[in-house]
Ligand binder design. Structure first.
Ligand code: ASP
Length: 321
């Protein structure tokens, strides 16, 4: 069993300088060397893709990483791939990979909340769990996130706590598996309704705006997407927006800016036929909004990938059309 660990930076690869400030400086080899017994699970190779804090990641780098992972999968000697990254935007990278990856080897994304200079760093355990998952036949062809002894679908997982090690959760549905000692206990299937998108890195744009609806918000927040490639909007509740932003949304629609709606609630989806007041889900449908069942940051990633693949209609439902 041969697993490749691809390191990209983040807290898992960060150490503190003399002033106590942590930044990424460890290599993949350093990360692997910190986990006793890893070579008893699989033969490990490492690749250093980047060494950055995850908020520095661009969508072009996500595209390059997806191509990098595809290339690794093309090697018949590679059975599984683990990607280490900073946790801040890890859910976005993992979902980007999920949307673009069409390979067989499992891809498991992980990181850490406590860097190796702190007491009780969580990176080594997360790496050990990830290698176990990547070596497990149940994970074939999937993109997963393994963190704090739980395994989540890349599509569903989100970072829920800014500081605590127990940060990655799958709202509403829970993890796919848990890791106890050296055993993985799988409890549900990963159901992935998304097609794999064939994307050229040159076609990716970061010019997709993402706005959360808030009480009495300034319409200028929406109007700012006038020249954007798309606007993703997290509506309140089941798909509701302040009426004051409707004219700005109408202008965007009339100008051909795709509108993609989701809910700002951590759980649940947009309604289709419950309310009819101005600013309700009926208005979203009159605005020709696409419907997303992902959180706002993942909705934006899917919009970016789907735009690059010229496949918005395949990517999202459009109940108003
Ligand atoms: N706090 C972050 C982390 O957990 C920093 C980053 O995302 O790179 O890795």
């Amino acid at each position: 069993m041969s697993i490749v660990v691809v390191s990209t930076g983040g807290t898992i690869a960060s150490t503190e300088d003399a002033g106590g400030d942590a930044s990424p400086d460890l290599t993949g080899e350093d990360l692997v060397a910190a986990v006793p017994g890893l070579d008893e699970i699989a033969t490990i190779e490492t690749r250093d893709f980047a060494n950055v804090p995850s908020p520095h990641f661009t969508v072009d780098q996500m595209g390059d990483l997806a191509a990098f992972v595809e290339d690794l999968d093309a090697d018949p000697d590679v059975d599984g791939i683990v990607v280490t990254q900073g946790t801040d935007i890890l859910e976005e990278t993992a979902y980007f990979l999920d949307l673009c990856y069409d390979g067989i080897a499992p891809v498991v994304v992980t990181g850490a909340m406590r860097n190796p200079s702190l007491p009780s760093p969580d990176g080594p355990m997360n790496l050990a769990t990830s290698v176990r998952v990547a070596a497990d036949g149940r994970a074939r062809g999937d993109v997963l996130v393994a963190f704090n002894e739980r395994v989540h679908a890349a599509r569903e997982v989100t970072k829920t706590n800014s500081m605590n090690v127990d940060t990655f959760r799958t709202p509403e549905f829970g993890p796919l598996a848990v890791a106890d000692e050296s055993r993985l206990t799988w409890r549900r299937e990963s159901i992935d309704p998304d097609p794999a998108f064939d994307v050229d890195v040159d076609d990716l744009t970061n010019d997709v705006h993402a706005v959360t609806a808030t009480a009495d918000m300034p319409p200028a927040q929406v109007a700012a997407a006038g020249d954007a490639a798309a606007l993703c909007l997290a509506a309140t509740g089941a798909g509701h927006i302040p009426p004051a932003i409707i004219p700005a949304l109408e202008s965007l629609r009339d100008a051909g800016v795709p509108l993609i709606a989701t809910t700002r609630c951590p759980e649940g989806r947009l309604a289709r036929e419950t309310y009819g007041f101005r600013g309700s889900e009926a208005t979203l449908q009159e605005l020709d909004c696409y419907y997303s069942d992902l959180n706002l940051q993942k909705t934006r990633i899917k919009a970016i990938v789907a735009l690059a693949a010229d496949a918005l209609d395949d990517a999202f439902d459009a109940p108003g059309n």
